[in-house]
Design a protein around this ligand. Sequence first.
Ligand code: ZN
Length: 128
Amino acid sequence: MASLFSGLDDAVEEVEYEFYDRVTLIDAGANTSQITCSRWCRDIGLDWPGDLVRGNGSLSFDHLDVTVPCCASVVPLNRLHYDWPIGFARFEVSAMNLTRAQYELDTDELARVADLLGHPVEQILAHY
Ligand SMILES: [Zn+2]
């Protein structure tokens, strides 16, 4: 797994990876400041996802369909509009505290990670 970030070894404080049994919310922490229903009816607010996760008992879900509080529509969590990218995945690699000036992986680096994993990847930038 270390080879995923070869060339970045000195720039990454810690790398962790995890497989999940179910599709799991990969959040962006404090980077997310607004969530809007897929019908754009109104801001859902940031308390709602926390309540949802507490009610669910974990960040992992059997299915992503939820009833949103704004208009009572049933929509998949991954179709809501988040002002900062988040993800839903069964595998996560976390590179913590990149110390280089460019703190996100560029297109070539993401393509290399995807090649090594044999699966498309998305980058979620989280701040806690
Ligand atoms: Zn709505």
